[in-house]
Design a protein around this ligand. Structure first.
Ligand code: NAP
Length: 472
């Protein structure tokens, strides 16, 4: 047992955790050993548990919110925490003991069954292969981010072994599919782990393909390491990779939701590239946080009171113009790139304010996916709308390396226990959070898992914990 865990286990009951119903159960030997920092040989010699604790939605609950508006659909009612059976391991997969995970917006979508129930994805995967069939169950273990320790690797896994400390990205691809071999995000059956597959990361154990594994940043705690892969990799593809709209020095980049999950990584990439981010947020507190992150050009959209829509069907060009003027006042020019994800509410404005020949790069539509914009502003000014979705393994790896080297900071703002995952998802659903919400799974408390204290000191404790300190 290493000293960190020895210190923790004094004064608590190691190997014990709550199931969420207030019931306390014994943690299986191998999971306890992983928590205590056991090495690969010891982990390899121990039996895997037959079941594990996980956060899941139920197929039988799919109709439970029928007739309600999306905002009234409550993840606290549909997300359950309990024991589920451990699935068999395929030869190209690994079991990972999950120390911490994170809430992403896709867990909100799954838990409110919008825009479609995700069980359809599991059923399609179930028809693809014998191993795929494991996923089509009456429940779905959710979660698309995690940090943890490899417990077992299948016979086809070459680069990872028990005891390795990892983070997990969510691109789930079939390497026998020819369409996966240029850019794997172009694969016809590309999926997002924990959203379009089962056995996700909001659990004590997860099952992942070996090509989802990446090294854990050694200077971060488990929960700091767990909140990055999904949003960081997505922002990297959108603003760094040649597959997106790469920023060059001097570029002005309008970032919506600049202290949110995606936006907090996006502004860091713009700054690192020598660009000028214009960050949009919705409160003075978020504006302060953004300035502390190094962003000078900040727009508080609530204070500005933009009304891009006069009513449900009609947009107001004069309000787009007002935003454009505010941006020019702040940074002296129109944005070369617009980082889009709110969708229906903002797309008209995004297309309008983008610079002549600029790019609107979009990966989402939180406020509605039926988009309206004035096409004259797009074609007459030779602008481009570029679609983007998550990241291939190379992009996720390179984005993770930025975190490992301390060049991208984890925007962890608050931490919940797995049993409170419904509340955590509720907060993200209602935009009550900043940055990312971390979830402790096997890690018994915050702050564990840091190996490289020297790098942590060099990066700066204050910078690493910036979002956490703002939240408290
Ligand atoms: P998030 O943490 O909730 O942050 C989104 C931010 O957008 C909020 O903090 C909010 O900031 C801003 N926002 C929300 N509604 C808005 C509106 N109507 N107008 C202007 N700004 C608005 O979520 P996220 O993790 O960044 O994800 C955002 C979206 O991207 C979600 O729909 C998610 O599913 C999607 N996504 C897609 C991918 C992909 O690979 N395709 C990857 C990650 C996420 P303020 O209130 O401060 O302005």
């Amino acid at each position: 047992m290493n000293s960190e865990y020895r210190a923790w286990s004094r004064g608590c009951r190691p190997g014990v955790h709550s199931t969420g119903s207030g019931k306390v159960t014994e943690m299986s030997g191998i999971l306890r050993a992983a928590v205590e920092g056991a090495g690969g040989d010891e982990l390899s010699s121990m039996a895997m548990p037959e079941s594990y604790r996980a956060a899941f939605v139920r197929r039988d609950d799919v109709g439970m919110f029928e007739g309600l508006d999306a905002t009234d659909k409550d993840p606290r009612k549909s997300l359950h925490v309990g024991e589920v059976p451990l699935p068999e391991l395929a030869p190209d997969e690994a079991y990972v003991a999950v120390m911490a995970s994170a809430v992403n917006f896709n867990t909100v979508w799954t838990s409110i069954f919008e825009p479609v129930p995700t069980f359809g994805f599991l059923d399609r995967l179930g028809k693809e292969s014998v191993w795929g069939a494991r996923h089509a169950l009456g429940y779905q273990v959710v979660g698309s981010d995690a940090s943890g320790v490899v417990l077992r690797s299948g016979s086809l896994v070459r680069n990872w072994r028990p005891g390795d400390r990892v983070t997990i990205h969510c691109n789930y691809v079939d390497d026998q599919d020819p369409t996966a071999h240029d850019d794997s995000m172009l694969a016809l059956n590309q999926r997002i782990w924990g959203f379009e597959t089962n056995f996700g990361g909001l659990a004590d154990v997860t099952v992942v393909r070996a090509n989802q594994l990446m090294p854990k940043p050694a200077h971060l705690s488990w929960e700091e390491a767990a909140v990055n892969a999904l949003c960081n990799s997505t922002a990297y593809r959108m603003l760094v990779s040649r597959n997106g709209a790469p920023v060059t020095q001097g570029d002005r980049v309008l970032v919506w939701g600049a202290t949110g999950g995606l936006g907090s990584f996006a502004v860091q990439y713009v700054l690192n590239a020598g660009g000028i981010p214009i960050g949009v947020v919705s409160s003075p507190e978020k504006a302060d946080l953004l300035r502390d992150l190094g962003v000078d050009a900040v727009i508080d959209r609530s204070a500005a009171g933009y009304r891009f829509w006069k009513d449900e069907h009609t947009q107001d060009e004069s309000e787009w113009r007002r935003l454009g003027k505010d941006i020019r006042t702040l940074v002296g020019d129109d944005p070369d790139i617009v980082f889009e994800h709110p969708g229906r509410q903002t797309m008209g404005a995004s297309v309008f304010v983008c610079k002549r020949a600029g790019t609107i790069v979009t990966c989402a539509a939180t406020s509605g996916y039926m988009i309206e914009y004035d096409n004259r502003h797009l074609w007459m000014k030779l602008k481009t709308i570029k679609g983007s979705h998550f990241a291939n393994y190379r992009e996720a790896w390179d984005a993770n390396r930025q975190v490992c080297e301390g060049k991208i900071l984890p925007p962890l703002s608050s931490v919940f226990g797995l049993t409170d995952v419904g509340e955590a998802a509720y907060q993200v659903h209602h935009n009550l959070h900043e940055g990312k919400i971390g979830v402790l799974c096997l890690a018994p408390q915050e702050g564990l898992g840091i190996e490289d204290r020297e790098l942590r000191e060099r990066v700066g404790e204050d910078r690493i914990t910036l979002f956490r300190r703002h939240d408290t």
